[in-house]
Design a protein around this ligand. Structure first.
Ligand code: HEC
Ligand code: HEC
Length: 235
């Protein structure tokens, strides 16, 4: 097994951080400047081609598996599932943790800040390639979804200038390019990150591509949308 020593040290730090204190780190984070369309285009053009076999090794031996589960399906309500997400989204979000753009203030992102410190761009691309090859999580709940939530997802709400979620995230929540997959996502994580956008704590999106919609959603809608996506069957 070939293991990148720096990566292992970073990951051990990541785990220690979780056990010690989720709030202990983070005071020294200097966020990189927000993405602009042009800085993002350049980063995307420079993205290395990922090797999913190397990504799988990093996932297994780099301890990602302990929180994100075998094949990237999270075993707990706390961590997000990574399986089946798009290459571009995973690559970008790992970079956002590394560069301090994702520091959501809940303390939960500190572990990822630490885990990504030793990663090269190639490591991030390899991990992204591996997760993209896994199947999206199975649907988790069987609650009845209110009709108005189904409508919000498919038709949007013009009175609040809300574009349908499905127009970006896909009819089956499968994601597309920079837009993440949502089908089967852990509801607790979904809700937490949605509040982070809504409260202006998650600002890593390019040109407020997501947060502009989160501001308009009510608490009840956020809860129901998390249930909706958890019940959605990926196709
Ligand atoms: C100690 C637990 C833990 C370990 C180890 C860990 N993660 Fe995470 N990871 C989390 C948590 C918790 C979050 C959600 C953080 C937040 O709310 O911002 C997360 C978020 C992520 C995300 C963002 C998902 C999304 O939908 O935006 C990615 C990608 C990710 N982790 C990849 C990795 C990789 C790759 C490794 C191994 C190198 C790893 N994680 C190790 C707990 C962990
Ligand atoms: C115009 C396109 C667009 C629309 C419409 C949109 N989103 Fe998003 N969404 C995005 C993008 C792009 C991201 C990733 C932003 C980033 O880089 O962090 C995202 C991120 C998210 C995330 C975070 C996922 C994760 O793994 O961390 C959730 C949850 C989410 N969107 C839910 C929704 C819901 C629910 C709706 C409808 C109310 C919606 N989105 C409407 C583009 C969109």
């Amino acid at each position: 097994m070939i293991m990148n020593k720096r990566l292992l040290i970073g990951l051990l730090t990541a785990c220690t951080v979780t056990w010690a204190s989720e709030h202990a780190l983070g005071h020294d984070i200097k966020p990189a400047s927000p993405w602009t369309s042009s800085s993002w285009s350049k980063t995307l053009a420079d993205m290395p081609k990922g090797d999913s076999l190397k990504g799988e090794k990093l996932h297994r031996y780099g301890l990602c598996i302990t929180c994100h589960g075998a094949k990237g399906i999270a075993p707990s309500r706390n961590a997000p599932s990574l399986a089946g997400n798009t290459v571009i989204y995973t690559y970008k979000t790992l970079m956002d943790y590394q560069q301090g753009r994702r520091a959501e203030g809940s303390g939960k992102s500190e572990v990822m800040r630490a885990a990504t410190q030793p990663m090269s761009k190639q490591d991030m691309a390899d991990l992204a390639a591996y997760y993209a090859q896994q199947t999206l999580p199975e649907k988790q709940l069987t609650t009845n979804i209110p009709q108005k939530i189904d409508r919000l997802v498919r038709k949007g709400d013009s009175s609040r200038l809300l574009v349908p979620c499905a127009s970006c995230h896909g009819a089956h929540g499968e994601g597309n390019g920079i837009t993440p997959a949502l089908a089967g996502q852990t509801p607790d994580y979904f809700i937490r990150t949605m509040y982070a956008y809504k409260q202006g704590l998650r600002t890593n999106d390019v040109n407020e591509g997501m947060s502009q919609f989160a501001h308009e959603l009510t608490d009840a809608e956020i809860q129901a949308l998390a249930d909706y996506y958890a019940t959605l069957s990926a196709q």
